[in-house]
Ligand binder design. Structure first.
Ligand code: NAP
Ligand code: MG
Length: 412
């Protein structure tokens, strides 16, 4: 091999914590640096760096994604009380993903990595189901009251200009609980645009589902906005691409999804997405390490990451000097997705082909060579006995990558 693939604009590289950080460095060293003149603008979100910078580094990283358009992120610790002690932190800093999502106004798309020898729990599923989660509002920023006696409750909205709207809840008989939450048209519009845009980019149908028959104001507003954005901005493009937009009631969508063969983007409200993405992930593969997560905003910002966390338990084993069989697949795919997107935007065909080839190399390693980490071996069919360590897995992928690159003469 004689040359390296060149890049034009940089990728924003956001480093993270624990085992994910360890695998991040290995993936770059063995699968990227030897082949690409990798151009990145690097942001270290190690929990100690966030602590030292009072979390400014997270905001800077998000701003960089706005500047360059495309980024790739490693899993990061979201500190809780235990972590504050463990790392001697000033405070429980916010989830970096929440901060970044807010700044980029992004929607999350979670997609399974489909492999021939990992049979989905739902036998009809042949193609991926990508879950798009609206990451704003609803119960996640709701308020609650626990009450002890019979009484009454009212929701009051007061506008800046002094207008008031009041609605009463049914009479409250005795002890109980209540909750109120909200959403914003602008956020729902962004969510709709990101969902339609993503479906169009990946040539997938789009499903959207709520319970508007019961939630006649709240969910109905979601439905209205989706319909309007579709009619005004996407209908023609969808028709040209031979794609469909389907609106269902949420319970109908669940049962249709199970009977479908997959191959669509499922746009979900915040809570539905929280639940459905974990359900779909486990039903597809039984391993979080076979799942990618992409953030896509209507302004065109793009951020790829693995769906799993920092894999703390494995990290402690690694620190004790033990070999771990942690799966780097989703981290590799985070890089390939980001490189592909960088290549697509900058018109770099070789960079895109390289990313495709690296994905292919991972698939050959697991499907044909039957070389896999323990999480995948556990669910593979037929069962596999030989389990490799993370580094052995990466080395096996590298061998396949070299073979494929040679065959395609991509680096000649
Ligand atoms: P996790 O890191 O996803 O790991 C949970 C378990 O899933 C692991 O113990 C392991 O199971 C399995 N697993 C996950 N990724 C794997 C991989 N690549 N290969 C093999 N097995 C894998 O979730 P967590 O333990 O709940 O969270 C740990 C830290 O990650 C937390 O501090 C959390 O804040 C953070 N987190 C970050 C993100 C993000 O940045 N996007 C997302 C989620 C969590 P076994 O131990 O049974 O092998
Ligand atoms: Mg969840």
């Amino acid at each position: 091999m004689s040359r390296k693939i060149l890049m034009d604009k940089p990728l924003v590289e956001i480093d993270g914590d624990e085992m994910a950080r360890v695998m991040w460095a290995w993936v770059k060293e063995k699968l990227l640096y030897p082949y690409i003149e990798l151009k990145t603008e690097y942001y270290d979100l190690h929990v100690k760096r966030r602590d030292e910078t009072d979390d400014k580094i997270t905001i800077n990283a998000a701003e960089a994604v706005k500047r360059w358009g495309v980024g790739v992120k490693c899993a990061t610790i979201t500190p809780n009380a235990e972590r504050v002690k463990e790392y001697n932190l000033k405070k429980e800093w916010r989830s970096p993903n929440a901060t970044i999502r807010e700044i980029l106004d992004g929607t999350l798309f979670r997609a399974p990595i489909i492999l021939r020898n990992i049979i989905p729990a739902v036998r009809f599923w042949k193609k991926p189901i990508v879950v798009a989660r609206h990451a704003y509002g609803d119960i996640y920023s709701g308020v609650g009251i626990r009450f002890e006696e019979p009484g009454e409750a009212e929701v009051i909205y007061r506008s800046v200009s002094g207008k008031e709207i009041r609605v009463k809840l049914p009479a409250l008989q005795g002890p109980g609980v209540l909750q109120a939450y909200h959403n914003l048209d602008k956020s729902i519009e962004s969510f709709a645009r990101a969902s339609f845009g993503y479906a169009l980019m990946y040539k997938l149908d789009l499903w959207f589902a709520t319970k508007d028959t019961i939630s006649k104001v709240y969910d109905a507003r979601f439905k209205e906005i989706f319909n309007r954005i579709y009619e005004e901005e996407f209908k023609e493009k969808f028709q040209q691409a031979g794609l469909k937009y389907e609106y269902y009631l949420i319970d109908d969508a669940y049962s249709r999804a199970v009977r479908s063969e997959g191959g669509f983007v499922w746009a979900t409200k915040n809570y539905d997405g929280d639940v459905i993405s974990d359900l779909v992930a486990s039903a597809f593969s039984g391993s979080l390490a076979l799942m990618t997560s992409e953030l896509y905003s209507p302004q065109g910002y793009y951020l790829a990451e693995a769906a799993h966390g920092t894999v703390q338990r494995h990290y402690y084993r690694y620190l004790r000097g033990e070999k771990t069989s942690t799966n780097p697949t989703a981290i590799i795919f985070a890089w390939t997705r980001a490189l592909k997107e960088r290549g697509r935007r900058d018109g770099l065909k070789d960079l895109m082909s390289f990313a495709e080839t690296l994905e292919e190399a991972v698939k050959i390693t697991i499907e044909d060579d039957k070389i896999m980490t323990q999480d995948v071996a556990r669910v593979a069919e037929p069962p596999v006995n030989a389990v490799v360590s993370t580094e052995e897995f990466i080395d096996a992928v590298k061998k396949n990558l070299d073979k494929l690159l040679e065959k395609k003469k991509l680096l000649n």
